[in-house]
Design a protein around this ligand. Structure first.
Ligand code: APR
Length: 256
């Protein structure tokens, strides 16, 4: 017979009521998202049981060395991901965040995702820490272009200068680009943050945990939404053990 330990943790109505109260009172929200926020749109995550890094070695697809060794192999992998993202639709989680912004709240989204589902849902302030799957960058002349071909017409895509272009994405072993970091700093300097929602991330990188801590230092209550209890989830004021789309739809269900 199934015991409590076997059942996935349930989001308690008390937790939902608490976060709903915080949400309706909040004017300024920081939202940190990861692959889990796009999971219900059919975009694969990385480290869950069916995640990309369970099927593919990240050292073969997401490092500058792998790209220089075999750019076509890397581009074919990204081309398949681009086609998957084109076919995907924003889910209830993306839409809920856009709705909160429509209600007049500041919703500053910092995402690790390279997809554009937040923007397609209507969110206006989206900072991509790890770059975008729709941007290409030339390592010779620094040329950056938007390219939404899916599939790519030219394989591998090349720059005007003839150089093979790379995805404008942050790969393992690479530093974060300065501009998103500057945008985050500027946002935090503007004043107190009321609420920080962390949605669908394993928070494997220290800078993600650091960001949540900074939001808390700027006054935010910290809420983590993830079916799994992560280290960041353990730090949260409230951890909501559920799927982002379902939990956010529930949180906003009583809102006008
Ligand atoms: N709703 C909320 N969370 C979910 C859902 C869902 N429907 N489905 C899965 N999750 C959670 C998982 O439990 C896991 O904790 O989302 C998290 C996804 O973790 P990862 O796959 O590790 O993705 P992420 O944290 O975004 O990875 C960070 O690592 O590989 C690099 O550059 C890549 O941006 C990526 C970064």
């Amino acid at each position: 017979m199934a015991t409590d330990a076997d059942r996935p943790p349930q989001v308690s109505s008390g937790q939902i009521a608490t976060v709903r109260r915080w949400l309706s009172a909040a004017k300024n929200l920081m939202v940190i998202t990861g692959a889990g926020v796009s999971a219900e749109s059919g975009v694969p995550t990385f480290r869950t049981a069916d995640g990309l890094w369970r099927q593919f070695n990240p050292m073969d697809y997401a490092t500058p060395e792998a790209f220089h060794q075999d750019p076509v192999k890397v581009w074919q992998w990204y081309d398949a991901r681009r086609q998957g993202i084109v076919a995907a639709e924003p889910n209830a989680a993306h839409r809920a965040l856009a709705r909160l912004e429509e209600q007049g709240k500041t919703v500053f989204i910092v995402t690790q995702n390279v997809d554009d589902l937040h923007e397609r849902a209507g969110s206006k302030q989206v900072i991509h820490l790890h770059g975008s799957i729709w941007r290409l960058r030339c390592e010779r002349d620094g040329n950056v272009v938007e390219n939404r071909e899916a599939p790519l017409i030219e394989m591998p895509p090349t720059c005007f200068c003839g150089e093979v272009m790379r995805p404008d994405i942050v790969w393992f072993g690479e530093a974060l680009p300065w501009r998103p970091l500057q945008q985050i700093e500027d946002y935090l300097l503007k004043g107190p943050v009321d609420l920080c929602l962390v949605i669908g991330t394993e928070a494997s990188f220290g800078y993600i945990i650091e960001l949540a801590v900074q939001a808390r230092e700027h006054g935010a209550r910290l809420v983590d939404i993830n079916p799994r209890l992560t280290d960041l989830g353990k730090m949260a004021d409230v951890q909501l053990p559920g799927k982002a789309g379902e939990v956010l739809a529930d949180l906003l269900s009583s809102q006008p």
